[in-house]
Design a protein around this ligand. Structure first.
Ligand code: TEU
Ligand code: CA
Length: 566
């Protein structure tokens, strides 16, 4: 039996908002804080506990806010600090906590620190960033690549040196070796915590410590530099310091975006006996079958193996669970089936999977109504800097534009960034203006919040029911996870065994009916919820018929002989 220490963030359901695409309140085609405020009732009705807001800071938007110009100001297009404070107050009134995005591996090149840094070699801010001479004229210091295409080094003619940028060239990396930089970051954190935010999602946090030898990385790592970038020598020391200086003084929730980390590093970052982060986002499940911009085949046993690894972390680690965020395609299109026949059923199945796993679930806007990928028909429709920055390299590597387009239709980050579909009105009710900043998915007349709210059998109401079930069941939150049938290629069947109750979850993740042999003692189990109306209340034979994408959760009779949680 597990011995997890109880905390509020383990019991929370988190909802991520990408403000640019959530709700526009003034008709300029860009989502904003007033827009979010106007939808807080909706979020409260869904039943979420925590809101994660993607960056809301002043930014020139080269990477939609992940390039921050001023950490102490709100992005003009999103609103004002006053509106931020109002949003926070309204959230608190609704009992919803707020975590914000801490993007401190890099800043915008328009940040005052960088403008100073660039201005001369002896400027006090020079060492806020990472400047190096080239190996020879015209050749950068090493072969490190940028995720958004080309070298990670950008030449600065005026000062005769290169600066480092793991992402876009308008996103120079901060020099965490400099204690002043770390102090600045801690000040930023205190500023927002003192306002009342409840924690942070930390952008590419494993990258903050750089290998100081700045050696070339091996040829075969060039397509995946994240594994090198995430293995800097001082990561844990920096996180420990951040925790000691700031986090330990507040009641927070922290979740690090753990791009490129090893299992060992994850263990260190999230061990409750150490003092670094509470949780991390791992990339295995979200990136299953991914090879950069390509999406390859994957199998259900492979997916289950990833859930199993996550759940075997031991009692001093707490996982996160998510299928969607602003960097990934829509889950119903990837793990489910987004054809009209199965979209709703499979979206509900994914809801059940997400909300009955061990770990804090993170939903992403639109997931709760089963929003799908966008049907891109040409390469120039993409907005994302990742696509634009890599297009030359991809085409030079021999891929045809058609092939690139076909794969981007499965992998692009823009699928998640099309506006939230609220109703059948123009721009799906996202904006009352002429045009939204990114096109609305043409399926908005069928898939939207209004029609979901009006239909008690909708994907939305299914999420709501599951969130409610989870909230009322400590055993579903803290209970042990057991994969009953790791090798089955269609059915994902597992239990969550708690102190008083055991839950049995059966998911048919395929387009065909499956006659499934239940390898479990199930006589006393009763159906709690399913996504197919004809599902029987009790399992009466050894074989059960699961319809395509059918999802069921059963609950046991109370068990009495188990120890309490600590
Ligand atoms: O993401 C980092 C990240 O893992 C991806 O951008 C990754 O480089 C890409 O998807 C690989 O295919 C964070 C943010 O979530 C992302 O939106 C930002 O663009 C990035 O950092 C830079 O801040
Ligand atoms: Ca707006």
């Amino acid at each position: 039996m597990n011995e997890f220490a109880k905390t509020w963030w383990k019991e929370s359901v988190v909802y991520q908002i990408y403000p640019r695409s959530f709700q526009d309140s003034n008709g300029d085609g860009i989502g904003d804080l007033q827009g979010i405020i106007s939808k807080l009732d909706y979020l409260a009705f869904l039943g979420i506990d925590v809101l994660w807001l993607s960056p809301h800071f002043d930014s020139p938007n080269d990477d939609n806010g992940y390039d921050i110009r001023d950490y102490y100001n709100v992005m003009e297009e999103f609103g004002t600090m006053k509106e931020f404070d109002l949003m926070l107050k309204r959230l608190q009134k609704n009992g919803i906590k707020l975590i914000i995005d801490l993007v401190v591996n890099h800043t915008s090149d328009e940040h005052r620190w960088f403008r100073e840094s660039k201005s001369s070699h002896d400027n006090p801010y020079r060492d806020y960033y990472i400047w190096k001479e080239g190996v020879e004229k015209g050749r950068p210091p090493n072969n490190w690549p940028s995720f958004f295409g080309g070298s990670a080094w950008e030449w600065d003619e005026a000062s005769g040196e290169y600066y480092l940028h793991y992402f876009g060239k308008k996103q120079p990396d901060l020099n965490w070796e400099n204690p002043k930089v770390r102090e600045e970051v801690y000040d930023i954190m205190r500023f927002w915590l003192d306002k009342g935010v409840d924690g942070f999602r930390m952008d590419v946090i494993p990258f903050i410590s750089k290998h100081q030898d700045f050696l070339d990385i091996p040829e075969d790592s060039l397509n995946h530099p994240e594994f090198i970038y995430a293995s800097g020598p001082r990561l844990h020391e920096f996180l420990e310091e951040m925790n000691r200086e700031v986090l330990s003084k507040y009641d927070t929730m922290t979740v690090g975006e753990a791009f490129g980390v090893t299992e060992e590093c994850t263990q260190l970052m999230t061990d409750e006996r150490r003092n670094e982060l509470d949780m991390v986002f791992l990339f295995d499940i979200g990136r299953i079958g991914r090879e950069n911009w390509r999406q390859n085949e994957w199998t259900l046993p492979q997916l289950k193996a990833m859930f199993n690894i996550q759940s075997e972390v031991g009692n001093f680690h707490w996982p996160t669970q998510f299928f969607n965020n602003h960097d990934n395609p829509r889950s119903v299109s990837k793990y489910g089936n987004d054809s009209p026949k199965y979209r709703e059923t499979s979206a509900k199945l994914l809801a059940m999977l997400l909300l009955t796993q061990k770990g804090t679930p993170f939903l992403y806007q639109g997931e709760e109504i089963g929003m799908t990928n966008y049907p891109f028909t040409s390469l120039d429709q993409f907005d994302d800097i990742e696509v634009k920055g890599n297009i030359d390299k991809v085409l030079k590597s021999g891929a045809s534009p058609e092939e690139f387009l076909q794969e981007l239709n499965k992998t692009s980050r823009d699928h998640a960034r099309t506006p939230m579909q609220w109703n059948k009105k123009p721009n799906a009710g996202f904006s009352g203006g002429e045009k939204s900043w990114l096109s609305v998915n043409p399926n908005f007349e069928i898939i939207n919040v209004e029609s979901n709210l009006n239909n008690p059998k909708s994907v939305f109401h299914f999420y709501r029911q599951l969130i409610e079930i989870r909230r009322n069941s400590t055993d579903l939150i803290y209970g042990d996870y057991f994969d009953i049938d790791p090798g089955h290629t269609k059915v994902f069947a597992y239990t969550r065994a708690g102190i008083r109750f055991t839950y049995l979850i059966m998911l048919n993740m395929s387009d065909s009916m499956v006659k499934y042999q239940v390898r479990f003692e199930f006589q006393d189990y009763e159906l709690l919820l399913s996504n197919i109306p004809t599902t029987p209340n009790k399992i009466s034979t050894n074989y059960i018929e699961l319809q395509p994408w059918e999802a069921r959760i059963y609950k046991s009779k109370p068990i009495t002989n188990r120890v309490e949680y600590e």
